[in-house]
Ligand binder design. Structure first.
Ligand code: NAD
Length: 322
């Protein structure tokens, strides 16, 4: 009974691998290392390879007696996805289809998938619930919506899945030994850290005239360790016979850009250099989750607040920055 974690050498995957190991579960990581770091997975069994390589999946399933999968492996850069649709569809969609085919050939019929709140695009109502229409606004988000649909179609052939729609993943491990690689991220928290530590110019705040309490956009920031815990709950749900599901993973709290800056200043004791620029095309005003379904069906809720997120990110980036 082993959990195969694809993309386990990446940011969210490595935190989830730790959480699985801490619960005494058997784990094997498969990662191409194109964007991940082997050092993040410690002593956990690791196989370097691609999800689309049926021979490798076959070998891993047999050798480690894989019973379920958490599937993180994908490309995630929104801007890049618009310039390289072939590459994104190939890795995120075709790669997942090849993976599922090889898993099912080995009798593996439970999968937890990394989806994204980006599938909602700019939602009409917030907090957004899972029955909101899917209106992806980037190639990246399209690949997530398509894989969700593909997985849901596969229920008729015996595959059960949980697609976790992550909101804004952020933060680092409590011991500050693993965290987000800022060289590969356009997310707000690492950008704030870069500006704080002098590894970039001032942070750009895109627009302060939105209809929000302080005029800046609001998002739902979720601690990476809370996200990791949600994957384990999703596995338990599937192991308990749960049906295919798509589920928000967020806190339900809308946090503005200026609030993130303010907490970062309190945590670090330093000013975050920033400038207010004009609005950026395509930025939704406010996106935050209704996390009711995750609580009801998975028994999961977020335990960390924004201060924990920024505090852990500060500890990680200030000790590892180079
Ligand atoms: N970070 C976020 O804020 C966020 C938000 C929503 C959804 N997601 C999704 O969560 C997942 C993990 O995100 P992350 O932030 O940890 O990304 P990441 O880039 O840190 O990790 C992805 C890992 O997958 C590996 N990988 C990519 N393609 C592969 C392939 N074909 N075969 C094997 N390994 C492959 C990479 O080497 C990397 O280690 C992704 O699917 C991403 O789209 C992330």
């Amino acid at each position: 009974m082993t959990v195969l974690v694809t993309g386990g050498a990446g940011y969210i995957g490595s935190h989830t691998v730790r959480a699985l190991v801490a619960q005494g579960r058997d784990v094997v990581v498969l990662d191409s290392l194109e964007l991940g770091h082997k050092s993040r997975v410690g002593n956990v069994p690791f196989v370097e390879g691609n999800i689309s390589d049926a021979k490798i999946i076959d070998k891993v399933c047999r050798k480690f007696e894989v019973s379920e999968v958490i599937h993180f492996a994908a490309y995630k850069a929104v801007g890049e996805s618009m310039e390289q649709p072939l590459r994104y569809y190939n890795n995120n969609v075709a790669g997942t289809i090849a993976l599922v085919r090889a898993l099912m050939a080995n009798g593996v019929e439970k999968i937890v998938f990394s989806s994204s709140a980006a599938v909602y695009g700019n939602p009409d109502h917030v907090p957004v619930t899972e029955d909101a229409p899917l209106r992806p606004e980037s190639v990246y988000a399209e690949t997530k919506a398509i894989v969700e649909k593909f997985l849901s179609s596969c229920e008729s052939i015996g595959l059960r899945s949980v697609s976790l729609r992550y909101f804004n993943a952020a933060g680092a491990s409590a011991d500050a030994t693993i965290g987000e690689d800022w060289s590969m991220s356009q997310n707000l928290v690492p950008l704030v850290m870069k500006a704080l530590l002098g590894f970039s110019g001032p942070l750009n705040v895109f627009g302060n005239d939105y209809p929000t309490p302080d005029g800046t956009c609001t998002r739902d920031y979720i601690h990476v360790e809370d996200l990791a815990a949600a994957h384990i709950k999703a596995l338990d749900y599937l192991n308990g016979g749960g049906k295919t599901l798509a589920c928000n993973v967020g806190t339900g709290i809308a946090t503005s850009v200026l609030e993130v800056i303010s907490i970062a200043e309190q945590v670090s004791g330093q000013k975050v250099p920033h400038i207010i620029s004009s609005r950026r095309a395509g930025d939704p005003v406010s996106v935050f989750a209704d996390p009711t379904l995750a609580r009801a069906l998975l028994g999961w809720k977020a335990n960390h607040d924004l201060r924990d997120i920024i505090g852990s990110a500060w500890k990680w980036h200030s000790s590892s920055a180079k």
